[in-house]
Design a protein around this ligand. Structure first.
Ligand code: UDP
Length: 238
């Protein structure tokens, strides 16, 4: 499929149309932002890592956990062919261990194991700062239907079960992560966006060293090293 005009440029990815209306091409950048775009920077090599890792994990989730995804084909180091979907305007956050905004909001110290995984929905709107919303808000405002919310919740916890085990086998604790879902023209909900160190919190299971974007957000240094290390954990040394 041919890469056509740019449809959209986000903080970490560009999206291009193709010569087939059912597909688009996402192109991963090295640009990094945090705090709703207030902090900006570059993480060299991040686009390649996020592209490859996200595609690998989505393929596994589809093949081994039965989660439908937007992934079609990796075209190059940074470019991937995906199904064109209408993004459900929600950030779906699943947590196993307290961290970040959860710790701040509820006064639960970072690193506290949660009794059970939790899910949160945030309404995707940069101007509003992606406010946390509940299921009634979602239905009342028409951001998704009851059925869609149930499907998304089921998929999100299944993704968590699969990835938690996958990463633990590689010496990494999956602290929390953010998913986005989209709807294909026939109304199917599919996992979209990306799964990467930009969107997940990864801690080394032994040392609890942070191996994700928090190194950038919190100026902890060795940001590139952390992304490279996660690449090794996922794909092995070679
Ligand atoms: N997250 C994300 N994009 C966002 C907000 C959060 O990918 O716009 C991810 C983040 O990397 C973390 C999880 O969602 O793995 C939970 O983030 P949290 O709500 O704690 O927000 P933060 O502390 O990152 O602002």
């Amino acid at each position: 499929m041919k890469k056509c005009e740019q449809m959209y440029e986000g903080k970490a990815k560009k999206v291009f149309a193709t010569d087939n209306a059912d597909y688009c091409i996402v192109s991963y950048k090295d640009d990094a932002t945090a705090f709703n775009g207030l902090k900006k920077g570059t993480i060299t090599g991040k686009g390649v890592i996020n592209n490859r890792m996200s595609n690998f994990l989505m393929k596994k989730l589809s093949d081994e956990a039965g989660i439908p995804t937007h992934f079609v084909e990796e075209l190059s180091e940074r470019d991937t062919l995906v199904k064109k979907v209408k993004i459900v305007p929600l950030e779906v956050i699943v947590r196993n261990i307290a961290a970040g905004s959860f710790s701040k909001r509820f006064g639960v110290p970072e690193g506290t194991n949660l009794n059970c995984p939790t899910i949160e929905f945030c309404y995707k709107d940069d101007e509003l700062g992606d406010p946390m919303v509940n299921e009634y808000h979602i239905l009342a405002c028409g951001w998704a239907t009851r059925e869609d919310v149930d499907t998304i919740t089921d998929y999100a916890f299944r993704v968590n079960d699969y990835l938690k085990k996958f990463f633990l086998e590689r010496g990494v604790e999956l602290v929390d992560f953010k998913l986005e879902f989209g709807k294909t023209p026939d109304g199917t909900i599919v996992l979209a966006d990306e799964i990467s160190p930009d969107t997940c919190r990864f801690w080394d299971a032994k040392t609890h060293e942070k191996l994700d974007k928090d190194r950038f957000r919190r100026d902890l240094g060795h940001v590139e090293d952390a992304y490279q290390e996660m690449m090794k954990r996922v794909f092995g040394e070679n």
